[in-house]
Ligand binder design. Structure first.
Ligand SMILES: Nc1ncnc2c1ncn2[C@@H]1O[C@H](COP(=O)(O)OP(=O)(O)OP(=O)(O)O)[C@@H](O)[C@H]1O
Ligand SMILES: CCCC(=O)O
Length: 365
């Protein structure tokens, strides 16, 4: 972890679809981390994001209180950022333009949209600054990677920017390289799966993990054949939001087996269920194919392939990916995610004056 000159105390927040993870850091140390699990049915009861935010904020206050920590001793809050317009990588001060876009769902809905909203409400109470770091819309893609074969349709950069960059920095450091001088392929294997080509500190190509692009995952459908998807859309008379839900919340393992718990599907696959084995193998196969594609983006000069996220805890899954890709570069497994630590470090860079906080401005449309 990054060392700290002054002992700034930072509260970090990472809202997910079924939990809110929080952490308290000070002087380069983690004082505590907590995963507040939410009842999914209770979460669904909230009329809108505002109501959900108030509910999650109370859960955060209660969790901090349980740890015997006083919030008025916190210097800053740092949260995982959500669906905004495309942004460069960095730490952004939470401002009204950002909150307005998130509240309106101007760029879509994602669990991380609530991060800035909870952080800003707490920060207002405490009169301290609040930030988001490397939101899911970080866009460093090369122009050539965005072009599709249909005029008016572009590929977009929506990915696990915070964890991909944090894992990439660590993998580079483990090889004695600076992130800014290394060439890495990072596959974040979580509820969603994104595979990025990191070329000397920039993610020049990555799949949009949320909206039907790249490998399928525990919850996402991934890239689909257009004609059959259009037929389904017409047959089921789905509107855009319903299609988005089907593709991003009810796809992948959820679509095949009614669960997004990869451990359940893995157990079935390894205990002789042929359908589970086929889909489990196919998910790893598709990840490996995406890694291969990113190797061509980096012209074959790859220092390491990094596998991270919850699914990277599965030895069977990572072995399957590794068997098809380790001819490209060494495979570095960094299971889980370091998002809370990365949020702390992003805030610290600003608090210590190493970086200026960026300002979000509404897009001119
Ligand atoms: N030991 C394990 N073996 C196999 N799969 C696992 C293991 N631990 C977690 N997973 C799977 O990882 C997935 C969740 O990963 P992760 O926690 O990174 O996702 P998330 O935070 O919910 O979403 P995202 O990473 O897309 O933001 C689930 O499908 C879960 O079952
Ligand atoms: C982080 C954006 C991509 C996803 O959630 O799958």
């Amino acid at each position: 972890m990054k060392t700290s000159k002054k002992a700034y105390r930072v509260l970090t927040l990472n809202p997910g679809s079924t939990s809110t993870k929080i952490g308290l850091y000070e002087g380069g140390r983690c004082l505590f981390e907590k995963n507040i699990r939410h009842d999914v049915e209770a979460l669904k009861q909230h009329a809108d994001l505002k109501a959900e935010t108030a509910w999650r904020k109370d859960a955060v206050i209660a969790a901090v209180d349980q740890e015997g920590v006083r919030l008025d001793h916190v210097d800053a809050i740092s949260a995982r950022g959500g669906l905004l317009h495309p942004l460069e990588s960095g730490t952004y001060v939470i401002n009204d333009a950002m909150l307005k876009d998130l509240q309106a769902g101007a760029y879509g809905s994602h669990a991380s949209n609530g991060g800035a909203l909870i952080a800003s409400e707490l920060a207002e109470l405490l009169h301290i600054p609040a930030y988001i770091v490397d939101p899911v819309v970080v866009d460093e893609m090369d122009s050539v990677a965005k072009v599709t074969g249909l005029k008016g349709v572009e590929r977009t950069s929506i990915f696990h920017a915070l964890n991909q960059k944090a894992a990439a920095r660590k993998a580079a450091a483990a090889r004695g390289l600076a992130y800014e001088e290394s060439r890495l392929i990072v596959a974040h294997l979580g509820g969603g799966i994104t595979v990025g080509a990191h070329n000397c500190g920039r993610v020049v190509d990555v799949n949009d993990g949320l909206h039907g692009d790249g490998p399928f995952s525990p919850e996402r459908a991934g890239g689909l054949p257009v004609d059959e998807t259009a037929a389904l859309l017409l047959e089921e008379e789905l509107n855009r939001n319903e299609l988005r839900r089907k593709v991003s919340k009810e796809g992948g393992l959820m679509s095949h087996f009614g669960t997004h718990d990869a451990q359940v599907v893995e157990a079935r696959a390894l205990h002789g269920d042929e359908e589970a084995l086929l889909v489990w193998d196919a998910m790893a196969y598709n990840v490996a194919k995406a890694v291969g594609a990113k190797a061509s983006v980096l012209k074959g000069r790859v220092d390491a392939i990094v596998l991270t996220g919850g699914l990277a805890y599965s030895e069977d899954f990572t072995t399957k990916v590794k068997n098809r890709t380790d001819w490209i570069a060494p495979v570095d497994i960094r299971a889980g995610e370091d998002e809370l630590e990365a949020l702390y470090e992003g805030a610290l860079r600003v608090l210590e004056g190493e970086e200026n906080a960026k300002t979000y401005a509404a897009a001119v449309r």
